[in-house]
Unconditional design. Sequence first.
Length: 297
Amino acid sequence: MRLLFLALALCAAAPRPSAAQLPRRAEPLIVAGAVLAGAALLDAPVDRAIPAGGGTRLDWATRGLNHGGRPVYAVVALGGAYAGGRLADAPELSSSAAHMLAALLASGVANGTLKYAVGRERPSATDDPLSFRPFNPNNRWQAFPSGHAVVAFSLATSLSEEAGRPWVTALAFGGATLVGWSRIYDDKHWTSDVTGGALVGYGVSRATLRLLHRRRPHPDGARVLVLPNALLVRIPLPSPGGLRAATLSHRLRGRGDYFAGGEQVLGALRPSPPVRLRQTAGGGGASSVSTGNSGLF
């Protein structure tokens, strides 16, 4: 913690480049880093205020809020919204649901990769917020970022972008914040874990939606097929040669696969191997890509 304070002090004292000197794309990363550093300063004090194993007085609230950060519920809800939009001949609803699913899946890939790479110990197992063991698959070392926060803020970001109404934005992010608070109150995550999850869910989802909106705000080619043990999402992705269709197969049980094709990187929430990404370009042939496992959420 002393080293963290020293690093922050040095950063504050260092000469700062003007806004004109900063690359435009670097500004959000700098802001996110500053927010995450500020949250890290609260890790130990907040943890000391939480009873070991989590608080019990508000269990009735946290139990319900935890459901808002579970990917399975989100996938089922969005799949239902998509199906309802198709049946009711409401293309705006079905395409928005497809967009939100794509953003959620991309956020899941980022979450699983960071959890495994960072390897932070959960507050329920230690009082030291600087306890790390990178590349450890044990759930005890999967604190950063909070998967519940990633899901909640991914959904909030997508709802805000797709609805475009201030009251929807306020309700969505307010609910996501409560989900993050519940994870801290239950002693499952440090404050910076939840902050990091919020940043990942927001940033990755926003980038995914911008990619999808670049060519078509609501692509007619978006398709979702719900099977007993799988979810298929087909969305058109922009490429230099025009739109390219990508089909993402997502199995509802098992662990997660990270896979990529061409310029796009997509993922699945807890899929079982093998998971394939099939791309078709115009009249050309199709190619499939599948890779190994990495835990998500």
